[in-house]
Design a protein around this ligand. Structure first.
Ligand code: CTP
Ligand code: MG
Length: 220
């Protein structure tokens, strides 16, 4: 099965607050985007396409090396993934869409997603259970109820899809509609999405504290 990875790396990283795009911020001396590309390859992706901020193409090309394809991302994650998809040939059977912001995702997670696709799934997401109690609040921040936790899952990346299914789902998306992940895009097109076990180490780097945790993880 020919698997192609797309790394969404075109965000600016406002919440991290670095003076460079988040995907270029170093973790143990290497940009986050390089870690993300490596994990896709190690997990079974034969090729990788990276969507980057258009103004930063040269900086990304300098760290990514020649065997990665770079495309201009868009203003939203949805637009960036769409740009990555447009660069993928018809020879790809499946697509793995990954966040540059999840640098320490173990290759085993990628392999589990791929295995589910080999087994015939059209869409696969890695998930983890929710450990905290989840509550609802009203406009005054007063708790109005507790959400049953058992059926809740936290969704990670890479998310895997049959290529033609993902292309069709993005094509069917109405202009201006944004989803926070790709599973939501295919589900909006009526495609079932299955789950495999995620991994705490695949946590997303969003704020500075997350990067500190990731540095500790690398050292451990
Ligand atoms: N992303 C993207 N294109 C965008 C916005 C986000 O490719 N226009 C990517 C980011 O680079 C990141 C992933 O989507 O790898 C998840 O997004 P997030 O963690 O929100 O990253 P940023 O948007 O960069 O951060 P922030 O929201 O704090 O600005
Ligand atoms: Mg964002």
């Amino acid at each position: 099965m020919h698997a192609v990875g797309i790394v969404a790396a075109a965000g600016s990283g406002l919440r991290l607050g670095a003076d460079i795009p988040k995907a270029l911020v170093p973790l143990a001396g290497r940009p986050l985007v390089c870690w993300a590309v490596d994990t896709l390859r190690a997990g079974g992706a034969a090729e990788v396409v990276v969507a980057v901020p258009a103004a930063e193409r040269a900086a990304f090309a300098a760290v990514l090396g020649p065997d990665v394809r770079i495309v201009d991302g868009g203003d939203t994650r949805t637009a960036s993934v769409r740009a990555g998809l447009a660069a993928i040939g018809q020879d790809a059977d499946v697509v793995l869409v990954h966040d540059a912001a999840r640098p320490l995702t173990p290759p085993a997670v990628v392999a589990r997603v791929l295995a589910a696709l080999v087994d015939g799934a059209q869409g696969v997401v890695p998930v983890l259970p929710v450990a905290d109690t989840v509550v609802l609040v009203d406009d005054d921040d007063v708790v109005t109820g507790t959400v049953p936790r058992a059926p809740l899952r936290r969704v990670q990346t890479p998310q895997g899809f049959d290529r033609a299914t993902l292309v069709a789902a993005y094509a069917a998306l109405e202009d201006g509609v944004e989803h926070t992940d790709d599973a939501a895009v295919v589900r909006a097109a009526g495609v079932p999405v299955t789950t495999v076990a995620g991994d705490e180490r695949a946590a997303k780097v969003t704020v500075a504290h997350d990067l500190e945790i990731a540095e500790l993880q690398v050292r451990a």
